[in-house]
Every structure is written in structure tokens, then in C-alpha cells.
Design a protein around this ligand. Structure first.
Ligand SMILES: Nc1nc2c(c(=O)[nH]1)N[C@H]1C(S)=C(S)[C@@H](COP(=O)(O)O)O[C@H]1N2
Ligand SMILES: [Mo]
Length: 433
């Protein structure tokens, strides 16, 4: 028996009487794009209604009282970060990552409690009263900022994605991790970051004309430190203090983090305590040992700082099951470290034919962009894929193209088109192309 409020298509072009008739729209069928087809409408049937139970108990008495800090509905308790699977007694406690459950979320903003976490030595609980940010090196006057001092500076707020350089790394060996989509692509999140432009603090310290780079260092157990070209530092980098309106979460770098839009997540140094202005890169342990891209011939690329154009379908995806043939909205996320997303195409036949998805406004530079496309699933096996193009015209490569250029020995910057199998039984499995 059909449940209420289930999207349902009647005979195409002949909406059931009384049904809502949506606008003419682009409509993706199995492999082919049907421009301007009329969807039969969303039918709400009364069979299976709970009218007999009316009124439910929440209509009959006052609800619970007020709380100081709200939490999601208890019925959403299953929505959480995908935690690392580690054997007990692991030698580096706190090192690792938890993933954003992309398949559970909508829109473009990641709730703070679900922002992915990547930490090389756990999450310190820093007392802001005992924390300082030092700016020194090739500057006229070295400065020390308390957190209270930083909070007094003029701030800007921007919506940006943050992506770990190693996001989707299972794509190189093409081993789809077991579990929901977030386990493959969930080292990406998007938030509104508020902070002091780094340029303000550097100008105050007075940058020496010989300076071309800077070093940023965290004060966590890993002492994470990375070099950043000064032109980027003076452009759009933030000393971030707030995340989606509230102070940074400890796992995002409380009380202060660097935020480097569009660049490797690793450069957005958390628990930021030192910036040193330098002539050249510092070649820290982190940027020589980990954040390089090993090529097939044994050489490695260094300072591949910008994140590439990329996308993934989040619905349908592993972790969700299809509930019978009919109308579905294919929806997903696209992003590029270069700037805005210009176009996202969706395929239902494994990449043989493509249709343009609608981009949800606002389409912001270096932020996640939500795309959507209605799709009529006829019930058989289908292979869904998405392909993003950014404002510079860079297009997401196929896995073959990426592997031809980069080989199979790298773990960083995997941005190939990924696919999602819809089985005849409605089971959805996200995979690599
Ligand atoms: N001090 C410090 N900064 C750090 C890290 C760290 O371990 N220590 N991890 C980096 C990495 S690899 C990434 S991908 C991002 C993750 O930020 P998030 O945990 O807020 O998602 O922070 C970066 N900044
Ligand atoms: Mo990372």
C-alpha cells in the first residue's frame, strides 16, 4: 500500500484530476533527456492515513520547556559523523578523521556538529585566556595578539567549503569503502566562517618587501605547520573565530584557526598560534612528508595547494534505498577551489549521455553548490554520475584521465567523476567509475 506524501507519477502528461501540475521542466529519464516533459504531479493519497489516531498526544498537552543549547530531534539520533574504525590501543590516539554524512544532509551548509574532523594529534581543549597569536619574521614590528584583542578587530563573514587533500583517496585503488557515501567523499564540509582578514594583521605588523611566503603553525600536539604564498595570504585568507555564527568548535580549531579558501584543508591550520613571514617556503615536516603527490615515475609534486573541481551525487547514494519506481530528485554537491561552479551535468546511463542540472542559488565562489535534477526511475538498474565544470572551464576528469596523468601511487587530490549504481531491487551503491 502506498504511504502518504510519496512522490508518485501518474501517466505522463495526464495529471490526475486535482493533482498539482508543476511547471514544465527538464526531466531526466533512463539515459535520455526529455525537455519540457510534464510530470504527472505529486499525489497525496488518503489510504493509510492516521486520521483515526487524531489528535496525537503532542496536540493534547503543552510540550517540553526551553533549553539553553538546542539539539536535533531524538528521532534524528542516527544522523552523526562517520567515525574512524580503529583497533583498540592504536599507537596514535586522536590522529585520524571523522566524515560528514553527506547523504543525510541538504542545502550547502554543514551543521557545526557534523563538520568533518581531521586531526593529526587529537583535539586540544584550549583556554582562550591562555592563548596567543604571534606574528613575526620579515615584519617591521613583531606582534602578539590575545584572543580578546582579535575579537575586537573588524571581521568579514564568508561561506566557504573546506576539503581535506586526501578526501576520496580510496578512488586511486578504486576500493569503495563499505558504508554510506560520506565514507568516500565526506572529508568536505561548508560553513559560514567569520574572522579577521589576515591582511589586516600583516599590514599592522608591516611586511618586509623581500617577503614572498609565510608559515602558519598550530599549537596542538602535532604542531601542524604549513607554508603559504604571501599573495594568497594578503588576498582572502581569514584568521577565523566563528563558524556558522557561533565560536569555532574545539575540533575546528577553537579559539582561532587560519582559513585558506579553496586550498588544501591542511593549510587551514587549527589552534593557530604563530605566523612567520618568510622569503620562501619553510619545507616543514608536514609539507615534505605528507602533502605531496607521488607521480608514476617516482617524482612528487609539491605545493599543489588549490583544490580541484569536483562533485558527487548525495541522493540517491549508498545509505539510502529507493522506494519503488517513479519520480526522484537527483541531488548533489559541486565545488572548486578556483571559484564558482558554472555547470553540473548528470547522467543516468553511466556517462553515455548527460543533462544539465539546476544549480541552487546562491552559487558562491569556493563554497559548496547544490544541484538538482528530477529523474524518473523506471525500476531497472541505472548508473548515475555527475560532472562539474568551474568558472575557469575546468571539467572533472574521468578516473581513466586522472590515473593517466597522476598514476596510482598518490593519495591526494582525487577528483574524478564517481558513479552510483541503482540496482533493480532499489539498492543503491556508490562506487568509483
Ligand atoms: N593544528 C592543526 N591544524 C590542522 C590539522 C591538525 O591536525 N592540526 N589538520 C589539518 C587538516 S589535514 C585538515 S583537512 C583540516 C581539517 O579541518 P577540520 O577538522 O576543521 O575539518 O585542518 C587542518 N589543520
Ligand atoms: Mo587534511
Amino acid at each position: 500500500m502506498r504511504r502518504r506524501h510519496e512522490p508518485h507519477i501518474t501517466d505522463e502528461g495526464t495529471p490526475a484530476s486535482g493533482a498539482i501540475r508543476p511547471h514544465r521542466r527538464t526531466f531526466l529519464t533512463q539515459g535520455a533527456l526529455l525537455a519540457g516533459a510534464t510530470v504527472g504531479g505529486l499525489v497525496s493519497q488518503t489510504s493509510g492515513s492516521r486520521a483515526a489516531e487524531f489528535p496525537p498526544e503532542w496536540r493534547r498537552r503543552p510540550g517540553r520547556s526551553f533549553v539553553a543549547y538546542g539539539t536535533p530531534s531524538p528521532f534524528e539520533a542516527k544522523v552523526g559523523r562517520l567515525l574512524p574504525v580503529r583497533p583498540a590501543g592504536h599507537p596514535t590516539p586522536g590522529a585520524g578523521a571523522s566524515f560528514t554524512p553527506l547523504e543525510q544532509l541538504h542545502g550547502i551548509i554543514t551543521p557545526n556538529g557534523l563538520h568533518y574532523e581531521r586531526s593529526h594529534s587529537g583535539v586540544p581543549d584550549i583556554d582562550p585566556a591562555r592563548h596567543e597569536l604571534i606574528v613575526h619574521g620579515l615584519v617591521r614590528r613583531p606582534l602578539v595578539f590575545t584572543v580578546d584583542a582579535l575579537l575586537r578587530y573588524p571581521t568579514v563573514s564568508r561561506v566557504y567549503f573546506l576539503e581535506c587533500t586526501g578526501n576520496s583517496l580510496a578512488g586511486f585503488p578504486a576500493t569503495s569503502p563499505a558504508g554510506p557515501l560520506g565514507r568516500m567523499h565526506g572529508l568536505i564540509s561548508c560553513a559560514e566562517w567569520t574572522g579577521v582578514p589576515l591582511a589586516t594583521l600583516l599590514d599592522e605588523a608591516g611586511v618586509d618587501p623581500r617577503a614572498r611566503w609565510m608559515l602558519a603553525e598550530g599549537i596542538d600536539g602535532s604542531g601542524m605547520s604549513r607554508s603559504l604564498p604571501l599573495d594568497k595570504a594578503m588576498d582572502d585568507v581569514l584568521v577565523a573565530l566563528y563558524q556558522n555564527g557561533e565560536r569555532l568548535r574545539p575540533e575546528q580549531g577553537y579559539p582561532v584557526r587560519l582559513f585558506v579558501p579553496g586550498f588544501e584543508g591542511n593549510l587551514s591550520v587549527k589552534w593557530l598560534h604563530r605566523i612567520k613571514v618568510t622569503e620562501g617556503p619553510t619545507y616543514t615536516k608536514d609539507e615534505t612528508s605528507k602533502y605531496t603527490d607521488l607521480l608514476p615515475d617516482g617524482r612528487a609534486l609539491q605545493f599543489t595547494l588549490r583544490m580541484d573541481v569536483k562533485s558527487t551525487i548525495t541522493r540517491p547514494a549508498t545509505g539510502l534505498t529507493m522506494q519503488g519506481p517513479g519520480l526522484y530528485e537527483v541531488s548533489g554537491l559541486a565545488w572548486s577551489g578556483t571559484g564558482r561552479i558554472r555547470r553540473v551535468e548528470v547522467s543516468a546511463d553511466g556517462g553515455k549521455s548527460w543533462a544539465d542540472a539546476t544549480l541552487q542559488e546562491p552559487v558562491l565562489p569556493r563554497a559548496l553548490t547544490r544541484f538538482r535534477l528530477p529523474w524518473k526511475w523506471p525500476g531497472g538498474p541505472a548508473i548515475l554520475a555527475s560532472r562539474a565544470t568551474d568558472e575557469r572551464g575546468e571539467v572533472q576528469p574521468t578516473r581513466e584521465q586522472l590515473v593517466a596523468a597522476r598514476g596510482l601511487r598518490s593519495v591526494n587530490h582525487y577528483n574524478a567523476i564517481s558513479i552510483c549504481h541503482v540496482g533493480g531491487d532499489g539498492q543503491v551503491t556508490s562506487a568509483w567509475a
